[in-house]
Design a protein around this ligand. Sequence first.
Ligand code: C2E
Ligand code: MG
Ligand code: MG
Length: 574
Amino acid sequence: MSADVPQAAYESLMQFLYRAPIGLVQTSLVGSIEMINPTSAQLLMPLSRDGSLDNLFDLIDSLAPQLRGQALASQREGDVICDALRLTPPAAGGAAAQTLSISIARLDGGRLMAVLDDISLQVRQEQHLIERRLRDAALTDAMTRLPNRVALSGPIGDALLRRAGGSGHQFAVLYLNCDRFRRVNDLLGTAVGDGLLSVMAARLQGVLRAGESMAARVGGDEFAVLLGDLASSDDALAIGRRVIDTLGQPCQVSGHALTCSVSGGLLLGDLAEGDVDAVLHDASIAMVEAKRLGGARLVAFEPALRERAVQRGRTEADLRLALAEGQLFVVYQPIIALREPELERRCVGVEALVRWRHPQRGIVPPIEFIGVAEECGLICALGDHVLATAVRQQQCWRDELGPLAPGWTAVNLSRAQLQQPDFVASVQALLAASGLPPQCLQLEVTESMAAQDASVQAVLQQLKALGVVLALDDFGTGYSSLASLHQFPVDVVKIDRSFTSQVDTSQHHRVLVQATVMVAASLGMSTVVEGVETEAQAALVRQLGCDKGQGYLYSRPLEAQALSAWLQPVASPA
Ligand code: C2E
Ligand code: MG
Ligand code: MG
């Protein structure tokens, strides 16, 4: 109490405070209680072991033992010993936990004033708020603010229950995955990738009519949507296509103009089987099928897809083993000079084609496993193995067969191989280690790999700079036209088998082959026609100006040793 406050005023202040709905306690410096108002007594009594309220520090010793020492250590009038310190005594016999707030300040040379309050209600409200936030966080994707997989599971479960109850309620689940999203992350950084996903999330919410559906982010670049209250399955397909179209539109993220198409799988409620996870899985199987078909499209789930997915899973597991156990081997198909009469039927080069000697399935052709290897990331290991084998074999033929050796070996590449950061260096190292001149190696890429992809084109230029020959495989099957042939930095165009097979029956195909040959020649590229099976086809493609031919007419793909024998000159009949 400071000396300039008159005693009467002090008394009336104390009277006022005494009746205040807040706890007030005046003690000595060591905590002996000199004044305590009824509210304090009520708050502190539960802490008293023997029913006495003599010393404040004794009462709260088990909860805040440090205060006694801090009070003694305080130096000046007005020093704050503690401010709104929370004390939570153990709840007795199942009672709700009570929390007290205590503030203590030094009044003067020998006295302390403590203010006590019951803040149990406030603490409970805070706890509820935190719990709600945690619950919301557990159901919300932090980046896009969309509901997450857990949040979507509830409504899908409800839809399944309603259908099981025979409500006739039509619903569908749409599963979306961004095509080649990893490239955005790899090339532009994860911040741009995250920005793109946020754009997609916003578009997704914009394109869906509120109330009829719920969209969620269910994985890195994956979204799922529950479409409810549908009039028909056509409705679901139309919404699915609209979503894919909208999400795949170009956008700007951090100054980058991006276009990332989206693949979608649609599971109609009538085909839903099992629990929520099974439903989402089936929708994702359809999405994977959409990707396999080239992406940027919608595929409706059908049960046969499930079986195919299982089969692919098995192939993937077997393929890992095949790589580890050396079950993959390479065969070589001769490529024949068509135009130089002196080289007639001479094997000018070969194409290396991979095969799989499966312990149960026998020899498996590449069409059954290249796609799986691409999907599961084994293609680089597989492709590197074929490339190394083919390069060694080509050098081996050169050493053993001299002038009879094929002039070059062509090796098929997959996109992922070209995207390996050290691919060009590894080709260079392979050539150096084997001693094979670079012009004896041809690398085949397809239109879809080389078109519209600046990074792939840059790698192709580097390979060309090494002296390696580049070929455009399966020409005519992709989406680019003859007019864009000049954009491909290739030396050879391989005309697809689908043209060869009709060259003798369709004028249209003959014209296309001829036009390809002419455009290629004007660009300084040579042509190889694939899949020559008959003499009639051979004669025609030669007439149309194709430089080289490849096909069963000349030889099927052969193992290295068989090819060596095939290359030996046939003894002319005496
Ligand atoms: P491709 O590169 O266009 O290879 C030519 C395919 O046509 C080969 O099929 C070959 O056996 C087949 N073929 C050749 N002449 C004829 C013919 O006269 N008639 C018919 N009907 N077919 C003929 P294969 O070996 O089954 O390979 C299929 C595809 O698998 C290849 O097409 C290529 O795209 C891919 N592939 C093969 N090996 C590899 C590899 O090591 N890496 C990669 N990434 N892909 C490969
Ligand atoms: Mg090829
Ligand atoms: Mg081909």
